[in-house]
Design a protein around this ligand. Structure first.
Ligand code: ASP
Length: 438
């Protein structure tokens, strides 16, 4: 049995949490390969090391020096090493790191040093070999992970090692420079190591006991989700359930490796199992979970006989492609079409520019922009071929007095997405949760 364990930022926050991590790993001989994040927040208001590193990069750009932010990082690591009474020359490691940050002058390199440093410390604490992700996680010229090279290099590096530590969050691009995943990307690194090691289980250790059926900041005490499928996970995490990076499933899915979310601070809790869709068994609930996000923009187009105009969508999407903008959904009618876009993508006059270009490209009878839309995803395999789920959903929303602005249901029947005004988001989420879970 091989388990790969990834520990997140709160698990690496200080010496005491690192000792907890050590005892979790050493309590199970199957926990052979460990992936770590950078130290996260120790208390509310604290700053994550990765955020301090982005600040350090800004300092380097402005003054050519790492500045006060890096000094805070150094203090933090010195504190951890002395708390752990480790025989590690952290001062030299920090000095070399500071010099490398100035020399490389890249945001990705700078941000990656949190994982590098916590990896060095944790490998010393566990007394296991340290594997720098730069040497084994490789991106191709297209910026995507080079699967074949990465898995081969990692498998080689892990071979014959009883235990080893691999740094999370980064790898090396085709030009030999450090490249990070998007924020929270150590979850992806953990999945890659699990895949390369041929693990039986990918344990993702964090500071919550798994997924909850709804956002606990909005709904009081939502029920925990004991198990969900890869597909449900993808839907829920993409829509804002941020326990796990939404891209983490891809490496493990190819090899059918289950993921288990565990709580470093309550290791006795069962957590959430994320299973290959084929191994997933129906929990008896129609809906597995509800997630959502605010701040979407809808571009609504209307044109008589749109249905007969070949290439209408193609020409509209060419505008999206030109600006590198991805859309979330395209609900359509016979003569209408809407494009739902994350508003954060449309800053600095881009929305107006794109609307002008769309007008030119497809000459719609009307084009309207609807701002401040929130999306709510109701997710669950249990909805498939079951009668009445959407009736209950829309009745619950109607009872809450909320007007539905958009509906989208994938033909897989795995989710129903509802768009409402931002100001109705919380109310809708509560109403839907009460309908299916209370
Ligand atoms: N340290 C990185 C971040 O804060 C990556 C991670 O923790 O997964 O986003």
């Amino acid at each position: 049995m091989i388990k790969v364990c990834k520990f997140g930022g709160t698990s690496m926050a200080d010496g005491i949490t690192m000792l907890r991590v050590k005892s979790i790993i050493e309590s199970d001989p199957a926990r052979r390969y460990v992936v770590v994040s950078a130290p996260g927040k120790r208390f509310g208001g604290d700053i994550k090391v990765t955020d301090l590193l982005y600040e350090t990069y800004d300092n380097v750009v402005v003054s050519g020096e790492t500045g006060a932010a890096f000094e805070k990082i150094c203090e933090r690591f010195r504190g951890i090493v002395s708390e752990l009474k480790l025989d590690l020359d952290i001062d030299s490691i920090l000095a070399e790191t500071g010099e490398a940050i100035v020399k490389e002058a890249s945001p990705d390199f700078c941000a990656s040093r949190g994982e590098y440093l916590s990896g060095r410390v944790m490998a010393a604490l566990l007394d296991v070999p340290f594997i720098d992700a730069r040497d084994v996680v490789k991106f191709g010229p297209d910026g995507k992970l080079d699967n074949a090279r990465t898995y081969a290099l990692l498998a080689e590096a892990l071979k014959g090692k009883k235990r080893a530590l691999v740094t999370g969050f980064y790898g090396e691009d085709a030009n030999g420079r450090v490249k990070t995943f998007s924020r929270g990307g150590s979850d992806i690194s953990g999945a890659i190591v699990a895949r390369a090691a041929g693990a039986d289980l990918y344990e993702n250790w964090t500071d919550v006991s798994g997924f909850l059926a709804c956002d606990p900041r909005i709904v009081e005490n939502p029920v925990p989700i004991r198990s969900l499928s890869y597909k449900e996970l993808r839907e829920l995490s993409y829509m804002g359930a941020n326990v796990l990076h939404s891209e983490s499933i891809f490496p493990v899915r190819e090899a059918d490796i289950p993921i288990r979310i565990k709580n470093t601070f309550r290791p006795e809790d069962k957590g959430t199992d994320i299973l290959p869709t084929s191994r997933y068994t129906y929990s008896g609930r129609r809906v597995t979970g509800i997630a959502g996000k605010k701040n979407f923009t809808v571009i609504f187009l209307e044109k008589s006989l749109m249905n007969e105009e070949i290439g209408f969508t193609y020409r509209t999407l060419a505008v999206f492609m030109k600006h590198g903008i991805s859309f979330e959904h395209i609900p359509t009618g016979i003569d209408t079409m809407s494009f739902v876009i994350d508003s954060a993508e449309l800053k600095g006059g881009l929305l107006e520019e794109m609307c002008d270009e769309i007008r030119d490209a497809v000459k719609p009878d009307s084009l309207r922009v609807i701002n401040d839309i929130a999306l709510i995803a109701v997710v669950g395999h249990g909805m498939t071929r079951s009668v009445g789920v959407s009736a209950r959903l829309f009745e619950a929303i109607a009872r809450a007095g909320v007007n539905v602005r958009m509906i989208d249901q994938g033909s897989s029947e795995l989710n129903i997405i509802v768009g409402v005004d931002n100001e109705n988001y919380e109310r809708t989420l509560k109403a839907v949760y009460e309908e299916f879970f209370d």
